[in-house]
Design a protein around this ligand. Structure first.
Ligand code: HEC
Length: 163
C-alpha cells in the first residue's frame, strides 16, 4: 500500500450460512502502519501473492465481465439514467428524451442537422457530452467517460435496444 487521497473498498461476501453481504467503505490512507493481520483473524495471508503475476492473471480470469440487457438495466438504475430518461415514451417531468424504440429513429438537432440513431450514436450520446443537441433539449446530459466500462456500455445499449 501507499498513501492515497481516496480509497474505495467494495465487498460482496457469501457467509458460510449462505447469507450474503454487500457494502463498501471509503477512506483516506495517510499514515501507514506495518501490516499485522493475524490479530484480526486473518491467518496465513501471503502478501507475496500480490506481486505474483501468474496468481494475478489466474484471479483475473475468474472475473467475468457480464454483457447482458439485464446487467444493462441494473446499470441504468444504478447510474441514475432513469432519473432523467423514461424507458417508455414519457416526456413530462423528464430532463432527457424517452429512450424506448430510439434505435433506427431519426434524431433532429437544434443546429438543423439530423441523424439516425444507431449503436454508435447511443455510445456517443453516453460518452461524449453531446456536441449537437436533440431538438427541444439542452446539454444537461452528463458524460459517463471513466464511469462506465466498455462492457457496461454494451450492456446498457442492449438494455436500451430491449425497451
Ligand atoms: C441529468 C439528466 C440525465 C442523466 C442522469 C442522463 N441523461 Fe441521457 N440525456 C439527458 C438529456 C437532457 C439529453 C439530451 C441532450 C442533448 O441533446 O443536448 C440526453 C440524451 C441522451 C441520449 C440521446 C437521446 C436522443 O433522443 O437522441 C441517450 C442515448 C442517453 N441520453 C442515454 C443516457 C444513459 C444511458 C444515461 C445513464 C448512463 C443517461 N443518459 C443519463 C439527460 C440525462
Amino acid at each position: 500500500m501507499k498513501t492515497a487521497e481516496q480509497m474505495e473498498l467494495l465487498y460482496e461476501i457469501s457467509a458460510e450460512d449462505g447469507r450474503s453481504m454487500q457494502d463498501g467503505f471509503w477512506f483516506t490512507s495517510k499514515t501507514l502502519e506495518p501490516l499485522a493481520l493475524q490479530p484480526y483473524g486473518f491467518k496465513n495471508v501471503d502478501l507475496a501473492l500480490l506481486k505474483d503475476e501468474a496468481a494475478i492473471a489466474k484471479a483475473a480470469e475468474s472475473i467475468v465481465e457480464v454483457v447482458s440487457a439485464e446487467h444493462g438495466k441494473a446499470m441504468f438504475e444504478k447510474l441514475a439514467c432513469m432519473g432523467c430518461h423514461s424507458t417508455g415514451q414519457q416526456v413530462d417531468g423528464m430532463y432527457g428524451p424517452p429512450l424506448q424504440g430510439i434505435i433506427g429513429k431519426k434524431r433532429e438537432f437544434t443546429d438543423g442537422s439530423s441523424a439516425v440513431a444507431n449503436e454508435k450514436y447511443l455510445k456517443e450520446s453516453i460518452l461524449d457530452p453531446p456536441v449537437r443537441h436533440v431538438k427541444g433539449y439542452s446539454g444537461e446530459m452528463p458524460s459517463y467517460v471513466g464511469i462506465v466500462s466498455e462492457s457496461d456500455l454494451e450492456s446498457i445499449i442492449l438494455y436500451i435496444k430491449s425497451l
